[in-house]
Design a protein around this ligand. Structure first.
Ligand SMILES: Cc1cc2nc3c(=O)[nH]c(=O)nc-3n(C[C@H](O)[C@H](O)[C@H](O)COP(=O)(O)O)c2cc1C
Length: 168
């Protein structure tokens, strides 16, 4: 499958990091390979064949500033042969016009869109607009730990299974 690195950012309340830890457990990723994007570098990203990017959402079109600061550097990463999957946290009840926009922002700014796997259906969520929606699907895993907490765990488990196949 290739070496997996989980790069998470923007975890003021801790949920984005908690999801990184859960995914790591399910996918056999070591603690050293769970990295806060605030401390990451292009060289570090280049070391991994399979990348998981995780972010929360902060305002319309926005991720946490740690991801906003890093996102320009993604164009310096060599994505040849790599696969990328993304998860995003948000709150569809309070922010239905920008649901999981953080994940959508990273996708928009990623040149190597052909590397992205881990798309999921938009069914089961209620919102008006999301930058993370493309052709009727989310470009990654959308999690709403604020208004659908009970669904977080099963969504992570199902997505980890999906990634095990799509990361091959
Ligand atoms: C000031 C503020 C702005 C937010 N903006 C959005 C938003 O635009 N879209 C969205 O889906 N969620 C938004 N959220 C919800 C957070 O992304 C969500 O609570 C997330 O789980 C926080 O992750 P963390 O626990 O890792 O900090 C916002 C939350 C706050 C406090």
């Amino acid at each position: 499958m290739g070496k997996i690195g989980i790069f998470y950012g923007g975890t003021l309340k801790g949920s984005t990091k908690t999801v990184a830890d859960k995914l790591a457990k399910l996918m056999g990723v070591k603690t050293d390979d769970i990295i806060n994007i605030a401390t990451a570098s292009v060289e570090l990203l280049n070391k991994y064949d399979r990348l998981i990017f995780g972010t929360s959402s902060w305002g319309i079109g926005g991720a946490h500033y740690d991801w906003e600061n890093f996102v320009d550097l993604l164009s310096d990463v060599d994505f040849t042969g790599k696969k990328v999957a993304m998860y995003g946290l948000g709150d569809q009840k309070k922010y239905p016009e920008s649901f999981v926009d953080g994940m959508g922002m990273i996708y928009c700014r990623l040149n190597a869109k052909e590397c992205v796997v881990g798309f999921t259906p938009v069914t089961g969520y209620t919102y008006y607009f999301s930058m993370a929606e493309r052709d009727g699907q989310f470009i990654g895993l959308a999690l709403d730990d604020d208004s659908q907490r009970e669904l977080t765990e099963p969504r992570i488990v199902a997505w980890a299974d999906q990634l095990k196949k799509e990361f091959k």
